[in-house]
Each structure stands twice: as structure tokens, then as C-alpha cells.
Ligand binder design. Sequence first.
Ligand code: NI
Length: 227
Amino acid sequence: MELDRTLIKTELLLKGYSKLSQFYLEDELASVSTATAEMINKWYERNIEDSDYWNYTWEGHGRVLYRIHNLERNKHPSINELCSGQKLLKAVSEIYGDEVVPTAHALIIKLPRIGASVPWHRDPVNVPAGCVYNFSIFLDDSYPANGCLEMLPGSHWLPPEFPVDRDRSPEGCEAVVSKRGDISIHDVRIVHGSGPSTGDSMRRSIVIEFCPKWIVDARSRGLISQS
Ligand code: NI
């Protein structure tokens, strides 16, 4: 797949987010799609206690699963194949123009009608803007009714101490509507959030944080603190 690197880099620097439309084809997503649906179903059927399955209790609905953390750690081979596949890694290194390492993997889940909103925030990663990006691989279509991502363009350049109102959509924010197979990329410093899921459709995405190797090295030498 040919990437328009100039467009992506420009959007990432100016707006703080960009998109790779229809990056994955249907047959590339089929097994991950089935595997993640089974993980969700099994967790509900067997009432699994596992600290990687992040959930909250909602009165009248019981436990609501919203995130499966450490997704790369033996959850399912198809997930590892997708997340460490050459197709993705080639695109990522082309976009960064640098050696990168994946530093976090998670499955984000919004169940139909009971998917909670995510308050407005900046990801708690201590780096300057323009360095570290989260890649969201969409396994389902994502739009306002099922709580799609929303971003405040340009806010990745705001200083770290800029106050973010967790509960109020900032003026000028934009909904990031995505299709199954798309990848959205956002700067970890951007102000972002997402609404509740009120529709009948499931919304799953695999989020991978990619970090330039020099930052990982700088952290290990104590030149940049983790948070
Ligand atoms: Ni976030």
C-alpha cells in the first residue's frame, strides 16, 4: 500500500491526527475480529477475573468491559500477527522516518448501548508533541452513535499544564469517523475523548502506541521521565 507520507506528516504536525483509510482488507481482519469477539464473550460467560480485562460496574447492567490491556501478551496469535506484521511496521516506520518500538497494546471496546464515554484527556505520556503516536486499528465502523474518537485539532501543541475540562467538549473539536479497516493516528499530546455508545453496533479498536527508539533509550538513561 502506497502511503502519502507528506500528507500524513503534515496532518500529524498541524492537526495532531491523521488517518490511513482502508489500510486493512477484510481477509486480513477476519481472524482478529473473531478472536476479539470470542475474548469478549468468554469474559462475560465465564465471569473471568483477569487484571488485563478493565471493567466497571454499572447498576442494572453488571460489569461492563471497556478495555483489554496487554493485548500482545499471548491473548491470541492472530492479534500478534496483525500488530507485528510487516505491513503495519513498514507503514509506521515510513511515517516516523525513524526506528520505532511498540510500547503499549490494548483492545478498546464499546459494547452496544452500554459503552461509556471517555472523558477529555491527553494521554499520560511525558514527551513533547510530534514524537509519539497512537495507532487505532478499527475492527468496526466508528461514528458518533457508537462513541467514536473526538479530537481537538492543534491541541497537541498546548503546554502540558494546559487545563483540560474532562466533561465538556472543547470548541472546535472534531469527530473522527472511521470504517472497519481504517487506522487513525493521533499524537499522544492531543486533547481527545469519546462519547457514549447509544447505538446497536459494537465498536472495537486495537490501539498500539509506537515510540521512537531514541525516546526509549533516553528514558532508560533517565533523560526523560516516564510521566
Ligand atoms: Ni487517550
